[in-house]
Design a protein around this ligand. Structure first.
Ligand SMILES: [Zn+2]
Length: 331
């Protein structure tokens, strides 16, 4: 057994036993009396995911509004140092893999989970291959914002169901290329955060969706090249996803605007929510692109969202009459 894992506390074993029995955290209360802060960023959803390189330090804490002074933390790997009543520094282990932290308010019993991924560093890619997985090559001379990912999450049959947020699982972001395990995927926290906030925005508008169907998130440079996609696709960088709403599970976009047909207007409805979200204070979430795609012979309508850090809006396959609606948001 790796050294780090022998340090599991009794509290963590207790916590992990509870989580193991609740299928994919579906039964976990989403409302808790405290929020977790990771490297200074508070998110309203649980569980949260943290992506780090081996040996990297992460600041974990409880948001300032929490009144409890009896917070406990259990962690399944690496070392944890308490720096104040409600702040800790977690030093990630050297071993690549998935770990878990549980924070608990001992007064109320409320708990939050952090799923921690120690990534395989970019520098381990040799001739476009990372530990047997064909990633291909990232463009050497690329503009700012297109630097290759720092590291790649190792996806195995054991961890692919792990939640990276309340409504999304790791396996939804994996590249669709044919390969065995382990697979590797870069994933940007801002993308996950944006998708969660988009679900909140939908709820505000009376749409109670259980999640999004992610048609395509990460596309390795190898896969991207074989599909003749844009040379510098955001999909190669782990911060883009092509999504639909598919509550009826038929594999394609639902009739969101209830006009009796599934078409580009359903993408437009989703786009409008992304656009509304972009105008709000996103609490550190990076602004990004949104693309509206009409259906073609090959696919139904969908929406591209990303967290590229600068605003970009585009439409694809839409007649000018419909596209003119976007002129204000494209400026
Ligand atoms: Zn896309």
């Amino acid at each position: 057994m790796p050294h780090g894992r022998t340090q599991i506390t009794g509290f963590l074993l207790f916590a992990l036993a509870i989580f193991a029995s609740s299928a994919l955290f579906a039964d976990l209360p989403t409302e808790t009396d405290f929020l977790v802060e990771v490297n200074g960023v508070v998110e309203p959803y649980s569980p949260r995911a943290v992506f780090v390189l081996p040996g990297e330090s992460v600041r974990v804490g409880v948001d300032a509004e929490t009144e409890s002074t009896s917070m406990e933390v259990g962690i399944s790997g690496g070392s944890l140092k308490q720096v104040s009543e409600r702040k800790w520094i977690w030093e990630a282990p050297e071993e690549i893999g998935s770990y878990q932290a549980v924070l608990r308010n001992a007064e109320s019993g409320d708990m939050q989970v952090l799923n921690l991924f120690v990534m395989r560093p970019f520098k381990e890619i040799k001739k476009g291959i990372l530990n047997g997985f064909r990633l291909g090559k990232y463009p050497k001379r690329a503009p700012a914002g297109y630097e290759p990912p720092r590291g790649f999450i190792e996806v195995t049959e054991e961890n692919e169901d792990t939640h990276v947020s309340a409504h999304f699982q790791l396996k939804q972001f994996v590249c669709r290329q044919k390969s065995g395990y382990p697979k590797y995927v870069p994933l940007n926290e801002s993308l996950v955060s944006k998708l969660e906030r988009l679900l909140d925005k939908a709820r505000e508008n009376g749409f109670y969706w259980s999640g999004f169907r992610i048609l395509s998130a990460f596309r390795s440079p190898y896969h991207n090249g074989s599909q003749r996609r844009a040379r510098l696709s955001r999909h190669m960088y782990g911060d883009a996803a092509d999504i639909t709403v598919d509550e009826n599970g038929d594999g394609r976009m639902d009739d969101l605007n209830k006009d009796g047909k599934v078409d580009v207007q359903d993408s437009v409805l989703l786009h409008d929510m992304v656009y509304a979200l972009e105008r709000e204070d996103l609490n550190g979430v990076r602004l990004g692109g949104v693309g509206v795609y009409a259906h073609t012979r090959h696919h139904g309508p969908f929406v591209h969202v990303d967290a590229r850090g600068t605003k970009a809006v585009w439409v694809k396959g839409i007649r000018r009459r419909v596209a003119s609606r976007f002129s204000s948001s494209m400026q």
